[in-house]
Design a protein. Structure first.
Length: 231
């Protein structure tokens, strides 16, 4: 494992994203090359996001070259912006224009609004008054996405899939025999858990903490960290 476990980790059920980066991700990258997989990478820089809702991955990858990345985004126009925004860093990055599902397939992705910031594989996305377009996107299971870039696993997985996150976490767990689970897994949790995700991860040796930001009390990110990393 990693000597990040030498860090005395507080006995708490919450961790700020900045602390997660500084106390775990940075030390991991100082030991050996590491791999990050982001499912729902959007355009990378989140140029339309509010300051307290920006994704940390772009700056993290820019500042920590020991980390390579597989950045996955299903919306074609958004994917093109993603690749353009990461220009100059692409020698250690991989990009996939697809969604992650249970099998190889094509599925309709419902996209709301001109900027595509809200999308869903499960039906109409919010907000309800937005124009919704259905686009057919390629889909791959997570182990096949890793195979395409010759990875057996990722050290850190970050998911932002507009309400599909908890399903994807379960999919990663279910496919662990083909692609070992990461050391750290971060996802957006909208509302109460419906699939026993934290309990499943806890049984596999993870500690699940709250992190990120809240949206009117209904959205708070979760991060699952292998117990060995926490000391």
């Amino acid at each position: 494992m990693t000597s990040a476990s030498l860090l005395a980790f507080p006995d708490t059920d919450e961790i700020e994203e900045a602390e997660l980066v500084a106390r775990l991700l940075v030390p991991m990258g100082q030991e050996a090359p590491r791999r990050l997989m982001q499912i729902g990478a959007n355009e990378g820089m989140y140029e339309y996001a509010k300051p307290d809702n920006k994704d940390f991955v772009f700056e993290f990858l820019r500042d920590h070259p020991a980390w390579g990345a597989l950045l996955i985004e299903p919306i074609p126009e958004t994917y093109d912006r993603l690749v353009a925004n990461y220009a100059g860093h692409s020698n250690r990055l991989h990009f996939l224009n697809c969604a992650i599902t249970e099998q190889v397939e094509r599925r309709v992705l419902h996209v709301a609004g001109r900027d595509g910031k809200s999308s869903s594989l499960m039906g109409r996305p919010t907000p309800e008054d937005a124009d919704v377009t259905g686009i057919e996107v390629a889909c791959l299971p997570p182990d096949m996405a890793l195979d395409l870039v010759n990875w057996d696993r990722a050290d850190f997985v970050k998911i932002d899939a507009e309400g599909y996150d908890e399903i994807l976490v379960g999919l990663l767990i279910d496919s662990a025999d083909r692609a070992p689970l990461p050391d750290i897994l971060l996802w957006e949790q909208i509302g109460p858990e419906k699939r026993g995700t934290s309990d499943r991860l806890g049984a596999l040796g993870y500690r699940v903490l709250r992190t990120g930001h809240s949206k009117k009390g209904r959205c708070l990110d979760r991060v699952a960290i292998r117990q060995e990393l926490l000391g």
